[in-house]
Unconditional design. Structure first.
Length: 194
């Protein structure tokens, strides 16, 4: 289970959130909702280990979260000067699992990006970059998937891919979706309100 206890985050004198606690069981999808500036993105960064909480703790069962998370966010790194395939090759190389070029092309195919494999990420539309971010986030089949405004630039075909990603993740672990989009919230089992 993904467990958070009394999480808080401050930047100087400004408190982003405090006293946040939740449990997300395996197979569940939780919506992280709240007004703009409430700390949804910051909470995902705390869970991912990209920023340290000012208070509290978060963990994946008895283990830590290091190496357990996949993250897709508007500010998540994609290298615009690399092609879609080269981005996957780069992120695949960050972990010990071996990927062949054919395997990476098949992975791109799941996101309807195979035909754009050799296009620079910077030349892709915002919707296709959002698909590529999803492809990177799930590349290593992480048990904890963190999605920040995942459907913001997706068309209907992209939203169908997003729904498929959520369904596949249910068999692997948990998903947190930071969103204010009612269509995304409907796909979730529970809500974490900030």
């Amino acid at each position: 289970m993904l467990l958070a206890h009394n999480l808080g985050k401050r930047y100087g004198a400004r408190t982003v959130f405090r006293g946040v606690g939740f449990t997300v069981a395996p197979g569940a999808v939780a919506a992280v909702v709240g007004s703009n500036g409430a700390g949804k993105s910051t909470l995902l960064k705390v869970v991912a280990g990209l920023t340290t909480p000012s208070a509290g703790s978060v963990g994946w069962g008895d283990a830590g979260l290091k190496g357990q998370c996949g993250l897709s966010a508007p500010d998540a790194p994609l290298y615009r000067e690399l092609t879609a395939l080269e981005n996957l090759e780069f992120f695949a190389g960050a972990r010990p699992a071996a990927w062949s070029t054919a395997g990476l092309l098949d992975h791109l195919d799941q996101f309807q990006l195979r035909a754009r494999a050799n296009d620079l990420a910077g030349d892709l539309s915002s919707g296709l970059r959002a698909r590529l971010q999803l492809a990177v986030a799930v590349l290593h089949a992480p048990p904890v998937l963190l999605l920040d405004e995942p459907s913001a630039n997706l068309d209907e075909a992209g939203r169908a891919i997003f729904r498929d990603v959520l369904q596949a993740q249910r068999a692997r672990g948990v998903t947190l979706v930071a969103t204010n989009d009612a269509r995304d919230v409907e796909l979730c089992d529970t809500r974490i309100e900030l």
